[in-house]
Ligand binder design. Structure first.
Ligand code: GKR
Ligand code: MG
Length: 428
């Protein structure tokens, strides 16, 4: 089989004004869609991070992809990997310094696995060794936020006119009480059984109060996670840990960097997790030797694809490190890939992160994937099990062109509502 066409389409979709350590989400989130066609008439799809640099990286390997056999992933990886600068890392504040060839190859690999699955009549999880579970559990991802749901019309909608999750999607949530209302709406709509709070936004005591109210509202059987995205000093992290001990399932990236996380690990009795200080295979030795974390949030979008993340899982298993899954704003192609991956990794025992409930738009045929009791059923159809609605893809591409955003910059967005705001870390 031979790859005959390679299409890269940048898209934008409405994203609510969510807050994190880095500032404020823009009214649109950016992603990139990959479509690979073969001479067998089979097309595979993939989804990855968005923006001009991502598109440029994917376009740079066009000649390496065209004419290749999609089954020969090792050869393709060996070609793509050295094509990028090995020492230069693409740095995003929310995930740390990433290897851009890993991201580029990962996106192409997913599309190739979709092709192989369709050609062999097998779901992608079967190509990763087969499912160990039929349902993949996801966690509620809670954000402090401003009013509105993003996009052009988000700020004009009236929350009182809609109900349930649609209202919560619009509603401001800038204190502990409002966050609990958001959590209740999300759990009622999607059935999630664990909760993650995006922290590093409000003064730490308010975030601790939020955790206390969540615990009171949901009880001790609902695991809670807290992620300040390295916006707390070591002292703040230690002080807060004393109150979070016995309450959190894990404490995600309170401080910045492997060394500070290791120092924290020595003084607190809470499992530490990361998607910031260990984001590539090159980080593993130092992270594990220093004892910086007990859990890694894997993500096939930057670890180098689905197969690479399966390899990461085995390394974690050998070292006794737990595995969870990271997410950024994304649509259904990514969610389908995450679900196949989670289905095939025995030691992915934590409910996966997903931003998906925050996205109202979708470009897969049939509309949004549906959670049942906080979980997604692992697809049984060939490939990823999702197809692109070309009309929606074209619309979201136009939205990308019209919105004028070429990369995510939460600091600039924050300055629009708070002039002079700077993304200083640690803030607290
Ligand atoms: O979307 O603001 C956000 C999150 O903070 C995201 O950028 C992070 O990558 O979800 C993330 C995390 O650190 O877990
Ligand atoms: Mg995180």
């Amino acid at each position: 089989m031979e790859i005959t066409s390679y299409r890269i389409t940048p898209i934008a979709f409405a994203d609510p004004p969510l807050r994190a350590a880095f500032g404020l989400h823009a009214p649109y989130a950016l992603r990139t869609i990959i479509e690979i066609e073969t001479d067998a008439g089979i097309t595979g799809v993939g989804e990855t991070h968005g923006g001009a640099q991502v598109v440029e990286d994917l376009e740079a390997v066009r000649d390496l992809v065209i004419g290749r056999d999609p089954y020969q992933l090792n050869a393709l990886e060996a070609l793509i990997w050295p094509s990028g600068d090995h020492t230069a890392r693409t740095s995003t504040p929310w995930t740390g310094a990433l290897r851009s060839p890993a991201r580029t190859f990962g996106a192409i690999e997913v599309a190739c696995l979709d092709i192989i699955g369709k050609a062999t009549g097998r779901p992608v999880c079967d190509l990763l060794g087969g499912r160990v579970r039929d349902q993949v559990e996801f966690s509620a991802y809670l954000f402090y936020k401003h009013a509105g749901a993003g996009g052009r019309f988000g700020f004009d909608m009236n929350p009182a006119a809609t109900g349930g999750w649609s209202a919560a999607l619009q509603q401001e949530a800038l204190d502990a009480e409002a966050l609990v209302v958001q959590a209740q709406a999300m759990v009622a709509a999607f059935g999630f059984k664990s909760l993650k709070l995006k922290a590093g936004v409000l003064p730490p005591d308010e975030e601790l109060r939020t955790i206390a109210l969540l615990r009171a509202a949901f009880g001790p059987d609902v695991p809670l996670r807290l992620d300040p995205n390295a916006n707390w000093s070591l002292e703040t992290s230690q002080r807060c840990a004393r109150q979070l001990q016995g309450v959190l399932e894990y404490y995600e990236d309170p401080v910045d960097g492997k060394a500070a996380m290791a120092q924290l690990a020595r003084t607190v009795d809470l499992p530490l997790a990361t998607n910031m200080c260990c984001v590539s295979f090159e980080d593993i030795v130092e992270t594990f030797q220093q004892g910086s974390v007990q859990i890694i949030l894997g993500d096939h979008h930057f670890w180098g694809g689905l197969r690479a993340t399966v390899e990461l899982a085995r390394i974690c298993r050998v070292w006794g490190i737990g595995l969870s899954m990271h997410s950024n704003s994304h649509l259904g192609i990514s969610l389908a890939a995450m679900t196949h991956l989670a289905a095939a990794v025995p030691n992915l025992t934590y409910a996966c992160d997903t931003h998906y409930p925050w996205q109202d738009e979708e470009l897969i045929v049939g509309g949004k994937l549906q959670f049942q009791d906080g979980a997604l059923a692992v697809p049984t159809t060939p490939g990823l099990g999702v197809e692109i609605d070309q009309t929606e893809l074209a619309r979201m591409h136009q939205q990308y062109l019209d919105c004028g955003l070429t990369h995510r910059n939460d600091e600039i967005e924050m300055q629009k509502i708070e002039p002079g705001w700077a993304a200083i870390r640690p803030r607290f």
